[in-house]
Design a protein around this ligand. Structure first.
Ligand SMILES: Nc1ncnc2c1ncn2[C@@H]1O[C@H](COP(=O)(O)OP(=O)(O)OP(=O)(O)O)[C@@H](O)[C@H]1O
Length: 697
């Protein structure tokens, strides 16, 4: 061996063969000499022995672990995994750490911890309790089910713990049983699971409900109604009554506890744990909120649980809307932005000539029920209703009442709204569900409107000529072609009821109101005598239940919650009926809208006699007001016409002046000739006068 080393070293170029030999010999000599020193010899002996001991130890450990592998089953669980939570909750339950001598003392709500012995609870003062939490400790021996020894150790690295279990058995089934039991116990436990930031095992079901989608409304409404979020422990206090939260039942409560957004709240829904996170959208400069969502993580791998949850939310939403009517509104960008719910309007409160509302409702019901027939006959399953007539006669009220009666939601589009053009209109309609009411209010605003009524006398200028009416551009960016296209679109053939309202049916294009687009047209007129009677009856219903010792019968509205209570009106049913007839006779038919009369009667809510007595004076005031408004309108029109005339005169003046400069014929037939050109033509020049004006006619 030294010979080989010498030979190898000899091959190195720096030293010659002889020099190397001499060097090695010197080193060997030095080693021998140092061994003669007893201390150095002792050191070498120690090194030699140490090496032997360490080698034997390593071999021993290897042999023990080799033998152990025959008698031990080992499993480790990392924090962040669900299995870690099962095992750790199970060990807590079995008070494995109670014998520990090293604790971390933390302040927590002692009532919520699994192992009550670890909390110095018993305080009812609401202040957090000291809770003993085992810190990373020596391995614990746990005698499981009185049959098996299990060694448990907890290790903490980079902020995450790892639990290691060693089951002293040759049989792996013991470990299987242990984990199974821990899982089962976790599943049925009432202690909220930890928040999940990321499901590492990808085993849980996560569902996102985006604000722009209808399912968001269902889930939001459901969570709110079930009060399932009541277990949340992070709140935002809100004074907005339409926020999701508690205290909703008590309208006198001014604040509402809303589960904080962007935090993960745990709740138990029908025995299943789920995590709910509200993500608040961002608000743009127009105050429009978008991009919000509700994220739900189900502690389950069963997809049917999610389906059941969504179904429950949808059914609840639909049922809740039986007493309410949901109206979806658009934003300035032509998207469905938010929904408002209104109390359902009872169909009976509509005051219309006999048979009108019944016909309308029966038609809509029949349409909805005959989808199959439409398919069979190859007719697009859609139906259009046009309600037209004077303002305040009940067109919108009818549509709301029908929506409530049929349990449909209203998708409201105003063609005059900013951001609504042919493109956005098409998109909006595509985004509506199949069974709903599409309401297009004031459909005439998509057409050029007139500034004045046709029957108004024409205005005359100073020379007595009629002043042409100024064309007023349409108030909407939607074109007739766009509107027709949308009404005919395939997407609208899905059981949708389209309602359009207008005060100016005469302004509508015949193509728009032909059958197929508007199948039923209903005219709304000013109040007839029959409607007036109905109205009086609705405002002052006879109510025998309110009769007491003081009077034979009591009619009309009475609200005992008003302080001081309003005096009861003592009237018999006959007297009330007679008042109604007199009221209807006092008001000329077809002169006032129901809305106008409603405004009047509202000021006499509790006094039908005063209502009758005052109606004459009210009509006179209405007449005066109408005349004043007409006068004012006329004055404005005259002023506008005078302004237009003056502007036109000025324009003509300017044109004339400009024409003088260029020598061209003006509009009025004045011929202005460039004199220089004329002089050139005639061969003469006139140095002083640049332009000569000749006015003809
Ligand atoms: N026929 C009616 N029956 C019951 N209430 C009515 C009737 N007409 C009007 N009203 C009442 O008048 C108010 C305005 O009615 P509504 O908005 O339905 O009228 P409209 O015809 O749609 O008016 P506009 O054409 O101006 O939109 C509502 O408060 C409603 O309660």
């Amino acid at each position: 061996m030294p010979g080989t080393v010498v030979a190898a070293v000899q091959r190195l170029p720096l030293l010659s063969g002889e020099s190397w030999k001499r060097l090695i010999r010197a080193l060997v000599l030095l080693f021998k000499r140092s061994l003669e020193n007893p201390q150095v010899a002792e050191l070498f002996r120690f090194i030699f022995l140490g090496t032997i001991v360490e080698t034997s130890r390593v071999i021993g450990v290897k042999m023990v672990s080799f033998v152990n592998s025959f008698f031990l089953v080992k499993a480790s669980f990392k924090q962040g995994e669900l299995s870690y939570e099962w095992v750790s909750a199970y060990l807590e339950q079995h008070k494995v750490w109670n014998k520990s001598r090293t604790f971390r003392v933390i302040a927590r709500n002692g009532r919520n911890i699994t192992n009550r012995d670890m909390a110095l609870a018993g305080n009812e003062d609401g202040y957090p309790d000291p809770v003993y939490e085992p810190s990373v400790s020596e391995p614990e021996l746990f005698w499981w089910r009185g049959r098996h020894w299990i060694t448990i150790s907890k290790d903490e690295k980079e902020g995450a713990s790892t639990l290691t279990l060693q089951v002293w058995s040759r049989n792996r089934s013991v470990l299987d049983e242990f984990i199974k039991e821990a899982r089962e116990q976790y599943k049925t436990s009432q202690t909220p699971p930890p928040r999940i930031d990321y499901d590492w095992s990808q085993s849980l079901i996560v569902a996102h409900f985006n604000q722009a989608d209808f399912s968001y409304d269902w889930v939001l409404d459901y969570l709110q109604s079930e009060n399932v979020m009541a277990d949340a422990n992070e709140f935002t206090v809100s004074t907005k009554q339409n926020d999701v939260g508690w205290n909703r039942e008590d309208p006198n409560q001014l604040v509402r506890y809303v589960p904080s957004s962007n935090t993960k709240q745990r709740l138990c829904w029908r025995g299943n744990w789920m995590q709910v996170e509200f993500v608040i959208g961002y608000e743009d400069s127009n105050g429009r909120t978008s991009g919000g969502s509700i994220n739900i993580t189900l502690h389950s791998t069963d997809r049917t649980l999610l389906t059941t949850f969504i179904d429950a939310a949808r059914v609840h939403y639909t049922q809740a809307s039986i007493s309410r009517v949901t109206v979806h509104l658009t934003d300035n960008y032509g998207s469905w932005a938010r929904a408002v719910t209104k109390n359902r309007r009872a169909f009976s409160t509509l005051i219309l000539p006999t048979g009108v509302k019944e016909t309308l409702l029966a038609d809509a019901k029949e349409f909805l029920a005959s989808e199959e027939w439409y398919t069979f006959a190859g007719v697009p399953h859609r139906r259009g209703y046009l309600l037209y007539g004077e303002p305040g006669t009940g067109k919108s009220s009818t549509i709301h009442a029908i929506a409530g009666e049929l349990g449909l939601e209203i998708y409201f589009i105003s063609l005059a709204a900013p951001g609504i053009d042919d493109y956005t209109l098409g998109r909006l309609i595509r985004d509506t569900p199949s069974r709903c009411i599409l309401l297009i209010e004031d459909i005439d605003c998509a057409f050029p409107s007139r500034e004045e009524d046709e029957d108004e006398e024409p205005l005359l200028d100073s020379k007595g000529n009629p002043i042409p009416r100024e064309p007023v551009p349409p108030r909407s960016q939607v074109t007739l072609a766009g509107l027709l296209n949308v009404l005919d679109s395939v997407a609208s053939e899905e059981g949708r009821l389209t309602f359009a309202t207008t005060n100016h049916i005469e302004a509508l294009d015949p193509a728009l109101i032909r059958p197929g687009r508007m199948d039923l047209k209903i005219q709304y007129g000013l109040a007839t005598t029959e409607q007036l009677e109905q109205m009086f009856d609705r405002f002052y219903p006879y109510n025998a239940e309110l009769a007491d010792d003081a009077g034979p019968a009591i009619g009309c509205y009475y609200d005992s919650s008003v302080a001081p209570p309003l005096p009861r009106v003592r009237l018999s049913a006959e007297a009330l009926l007679s008042l109604g007839t007199q009221f209807a006779a006092a008001v000329p038919p077809s002169r006032y809208s129901i809305a106008q009369l409603q405004g009047y009667l509202l000021s006499w809510k509790n006094d039908p006699q005063a209502a009758l007595a005052g109606v004459g004076g009210w009509m006179e005031r209405q007449q005066r007001e109408k005349q004043e408004i007409e006068e004012m309108k006329k004055r404005r029109r005259r002023e506008a016409a005078a302004r237009r005339e003056a502007e036109e005169r000025l324009e003509r003046e300017e044109e004339r002046r400009a024409a003088r400069g260029s020598g061209q014929a003006s509009e009025d037939g004045e011929v202005v000739v460039d004199s220089k050109k004329k002089e050139e033509d005639s061969g003469q020049t006139s140095p002083g006068l640049g332009v000569q004006e000749i006015v003809t006619g």
